[in-house]
Design a protein around this ligand. Structure first.
Ligand code: GDP
Length: 287
């Protein structure tokens, strides 16, 4: 589900996260491994106010593994602890407490030197809608706590969830907003299903998807829909539409006269893409 963000919402979301920051030692920023920049909040550094942070690239099962590795290197070079995870199966999730401990090592050592027994590390998950925050909370808790999907406006009392013996997690995540000003960001998010189709035109989303996939992931696209001719000029809209039409013909999306129903073709294509039928792909690369 998508939240409509208006300046008032943003201010409130920001304030809510900043209230929670007072309670925690470490922020866990969740991004989508397929689009780690577009699925980030543009003001995240400012919002987190220097709180120790790790970046988790979620849904890594859907992303191009080679590109995900580049992203991990990139974030590490930027000075962050970063790891690829798949919250839905739990892949990589076990590493999180150890990563948090490493991030806070200096503080923990100082406490130990003073004879203070360090308490459990307190963490907050933050991220944009649909990035997998609830799935990760449930996974870390080892049981169903957070309802997946967002319920904007419903606030419940927050509680600490124990994660092993050394970590505690706030059961309500911090919800951030993506960058809206850049239209390509919107299309990338829409392609992955992170924002609702009513916001952008479905044929435009499919056009964007086909253009990108034809350029970078032609083989799985061609194989899935038995396409013969790859576009020669990706900037020529007619060539991209021709691919969309070929997809529509393959799936029987026709209107009277044998013309392709582009809206239906777009819907079929996006559904198959989001279901992972076109294989793993990444929409952004750091270099
Ligand atoms: P939230 O809005 O950030 O809390 O996101 P949710 O936890 O509700 O997840 C949104 C959707 O992404 C759900 O359909 C999840 O099943 C799916 N999802 C979450 N994590 C993963 C993952 O690692 N891999 C895949 N393939 N899907 C995931």
């Amino acid at each position: 589900m998508t939240i409509q963000w208006f300046p008032g919402h943003m201010t409130r979301a920001r304030r809510q996260i900043q209230e929670k920051l007072k309670l925690i030692d470490v922020a866990i920023e969740l991004v989508d491994a397929r689009l780690p920049l577009s699925s980030r909040n543009p003001m995240i550094d400012d919002i987190l106010q220097g709180k120790p942070r790790m970046i988790l690239l979620n849904k890594a099962d859907l992303a191009d593994p080679a590109v995900t590795r580049e992203w991990i290197d990139y974030f590490k070079q930027e000075g962050y602890a970063a790891v690829a995870i798949d919250a839905s199966t739990g892949q990589g999730v076990k590493e999180i407490p150890a990563m948090a401990r490493e991030l806070l090592q200096d503080k923990i050592e100082k406490q130990l030197a003073k004879g203070v027994n360090p308490r459990a590390i307190r963490a907050l998950i933050v991220g944009i809608p649909n990035v997998g925050k609830s799935t990760l909370i449930n996974r870390m808790a080892g049981r169903n706590i957070a309802a997946t999907g967002d319920r904007p406006g419903i606030t419940k009392g927050q509680q600490w969830i124990k994660v092993g013996s050394e970590m505690e997690l706030l059961d309500t995540p911090g919800i951030l907003w993506p960058k809206f000003e850049d239209q390509n960001v919107g299309y990338r998010l829409a392609m992955t299903g992170a924002i609702r189709e009513e916001i952008l035109n479905i044929e435009d989303i499919a056009f964007f998807a086909v253009k990108y996939l034809a350029k970078y992931y032609w083989e799985p696209l061609a194989e899935r829909f038995e396409l013969e001719e790859a576009p020669q000029d990706f900037e020529n809209p007619d060539e991209i539409v021709a691919v969309m039409e070929a997809v529509g013909r393959k799936r029987g999306c026709l209107v009277s006269g044998g013309r392709v129903d582009l809206e239906k073709a777009s819907s079929v294509l996006l559904r198959e893409l989001r279901a992972g039928k076109l294989g793993r792909y990444s929409l952004e690369s750091p270099y």
